[in-house]
Design a binder for this molecule. Sequence first.
Ligand code: FAD
Length: 478
Amino acid sequence: MVSSENQRILVWLRNDMRLRDNPALYNAAEAGEGVVAVYVLCEDFIERHSTAPSRLDFIRRHLRQMQTDLAERNIPLVLLRVRRAGEIPHQLLSLSRREGCHSLYFNAEYPLDELNRDRAVAEYFHDHDRHYKRFHDRVILPPGKVRNGQGEPYQVFTAFKRRWIQMARELPMVPHGLPAVQPKALGQVSDAGMTLDSLFRGVHLKDLSALWPAGEEEALSRLAEFADGPIRDYKSKRDLPAEAATSTLSPYLAVGSLSPRQCLTAALSANEGRWDEGSEGVTTWISELVWRDFYQHVTVDFPVVCKHKPLQGHTDAFPWRDDEEDFNRWRRGETGIPIVDAAMRQLLDTGWMHNRLRMIVAMFLTKNLRIDWRLGERWFMSQLIDGDFAANNGGWQWSASTGTDAAPYFRIFNPVTQSERFDPDGRFIRKYVPELARVSTRQIHQPPPVPGYPAPMVDLKASRKETIALFQQLNGSS
Ligand code: FAD
């Protein structure tokens, strides 16, 4: 037992792996005599949420960095592993007692499982006369704040965005958020828990460190580089997967080595503080940060989406096909539609996929193959290094026309037309589908028979027609 009982604060790190602009960490360092940080790996969450091995390795590498960064500030990082989330309250309370921490601070997470986990911890602490404090961090405006005139949540993005911008403009934007922490004393723990190696023992990891180096410094330098140049062309180039035109910050935002406030601050300063004038690249990029907030708000306002259910309840009766072989061809990138295959192979190779392609492959799975969006959603989570429940569920329900402000069911992307428009010279396709490297640019979007490359697995026109008819029946009967 460390002396100075009740002087320190325990900070529970989750997807907020940074020292700067971290509300829980900053406030703990300001309020306590010292800080102890803890990370809890939950086996059950990894399984149930299909966390990608690349994302787990990214978390592991961030923890290694955090151990060093925190130690320099006199903050020990304790590593714990549990089988089930139900064990977390007891583990955290024992730790806080052992290390003399009177309070627990953490930054909120919004999907239902995480909310339930945190509620259980809060109740347990309350029942045992310990304090806890929850901070909003993952979003720019907290869920529940952006409401229409009737006090209701928005379901349409454009209206949400209008109100969001009005409110966000009022925020005191501290450049780059809260400063990094400098705690006062008491930098020892009696038991540091597990080593990093033992924490991840037996966990399936995929090392993509060459593509995605970990850490807050890396995240901030990527942000600075993007805000210094590419952001200006974002509007005109963001849909072209062969160009390096988007920020590729999503893995860092997902693990929390970067905050959305830091992104907004950088974008605004690249535009001399203007929100809706100046660079169209900047204002378009800010819209993406609003989409990010929007879907986080949706998970809180419509928790049904966290229960594997569509937001538009009547669409649950849609006759999705259950065809394992077709699903596997889509997963492997062997559909015979070059842009779909290139995208699915980009996901397998890099743990990331360009946004335009995420929409194309999600529409292809749900509208041409008519396979349940929930299977696609799960596959994405199992592969994405930036896997984030809110953004992923939002993107899938948008594509499947089952969600809030979803694509209307009759607006189905034709992947060949999309390919011609957004990969006009076939550069992206050739990079990921080497079988087509020698096909001419004119033919690459819809190639003639090529040895080793499959013929299209589905008739795009006929399948589109069939899906629209089924949606019409569904809507007619609802
Ligand atoms: P940029 O274009 O530079 O955008 C900046 C940031 O804004 C992104 O890093 C991201 O945090 C946020 N953002 C951008 N577009 C969206 C969007 N449509 N919805 C929510 N946030 C957005 N994004 C994830 O972070 N994790 C996911 O698991 C995820 N799954 C998706 C699944 C589908 C089916 C679809 C259609 C989209 C999904 N997205 C997801 C959103 C989007 O595709 C990625 O955020 C984006 O491609 C990341 O690349 P970037 O960092 O270069 O984005």
